[in-house]
Design a protein. Structure first.
Length: 344
């Protein structure tokens, strides 16, 4: 078969039917579910047809891991889909000639450190890593009625990415990102402590509801716990179509202490996902928060970071990126840094 534009494929299918030629038309009826297909054919109903569909998807870099999220099925009632099976099996074969490390899978209620084989769990999985650590086979089953996420996320690192210091390149913007240490991982043991100012900007809009919100909260809490008491400073901004800033004693940029960290954790745990989505106000607020604190401590050396967690895009994104890049200018404010590092 050949992949063609929807209108072109539909015309060719109708033409083949008029000529009484066997034809199959495969289309995607729902734009937001990339792996649900509608199949039309004029082949006799008693015939046997075997179809293999290949889906290409780019890996995402999240918190230092290569992550691939595969949507199985969701929102059955909304799309009038009648599932024919209570269990969905999946298989994944990872290969990297440089070597694979830290392979794990993410889904609702998953135990990342161990394989799940409990029949009461909403899903089961197992992984097999070869002796050379270049190939890993993952297979499992999602239970449709009890697994709320109906998606599988697989993440891993390749050899060399487990290091605390690494260099990432974004081909679209042509920029390099030098990560010295991962904010969400265990701090590097060293006698030299480089303090950090970190603003966590977390999307709590309706599209984050369910497993996405659970994972976002978990990742943010892990990152807050990793902040070093008496060394780092942080702020937390939650947003939907509005901006919800966390503050203590009327201050938004807080010194990391056991008390402030626990207060921030309780704040995000009390939140629920809902509402619309607007990136502009939270991002601009995060930049301004850092610039105000830098101005208040002109001679203090900090690395300045924004950790932006979201699942989608906003209208007017290109103009927003231009405006944020313009605002993200520390010339004349911070003698040590020219820009705030923004991670997403």
């Amino acid at each position: 078969g050949q992949t063609k534009e929807k209108e072109t494929a539909s015309k060719e299918y109708k033409a083949a039917k008029q000529k009484d030629e066997n034809a199959i038309l495969i289309s995607q009826p729902h734009k937001d579910i990339p792996n649900v297909f509608q199949i039309q054919t004029n082949i006799d109903s008693k015939s046997k047809v075997s179809l293999t569909i290949t889906i290409e998807q780019y890996l995402q870099k999240k918190l230092g891991f290569n992550e691939l999220t595969v949507q199985i099925l969701r929102n059955f009632e909304q799309y009038n889909i009648q599932p024919r099976s209570g269990a969905i099996q999946f298989e994944c074969d990872l290969f990297d000639e440089h070597g694979i490390d830290d392979v794990c899978t993410l889904s609702a209620m998953t135990n990342e450190s161990n394989n799940s084989n409990d029949s009461d769990w909403p899903w089961t999985w197992k992984r097999t890593l070869d002796k050379s650590h270049t190939r890993c086979e993952i297979e499992g089953t999602l239970m449709r009625d009890t697994c709320s996420s109906n998606e599988v996320s697989i993440r891993y690192k390749t050899k060399g990415e487990a290091e605390e210091c690494r260099l990432l390149f974004d081909s679209q913007s042509g920029t390099f990102c030098h990560i010295v240490s991962d904010i969400a991982m265990q701090p590097q043991m060293t006698n030299v402590l480089i303090p950090r100012r970190v603003v966590f900007v977390v999307d709590k809009s309706g599209s984050m509801n369910g497993n996405k919100w659970t994972r976002a909260v978990s990742a943010t809490i892990a990152a807050i716990k990793a902040l070093r008491a008496g060394v780092d400073k942080f702020s937390l901004i939650l947003f939907d179509h509005e901006c919800h800033g966390f503050k203590s004693n009327d201050e938004y940029m807080l010194s990391a202490t056991d008390k402030t960290k626990q207060s921030a954790i309780r704040s995000i745990q009390a939140m629920e996902a809902g509402g619309g989505t607007s990136f502009r106000l939270p991002l601009m607020n995060a930049v301004n928060l850092l610039k105000v604190d830098i101005n208040a401590q002109k001679n203090a050396y900090y690395t300045n970071q924004i950790i932006f967690i979201t699942d989608g895009e906003d209208n007017g994104l290109q103009q927003l990126l231009v405006d944020v890049n313009k605002a993200n200018n520390l010339d004349g404010i911070d003698k040590y840094n020219k820009k705030i590092s923004i991670f997403t």
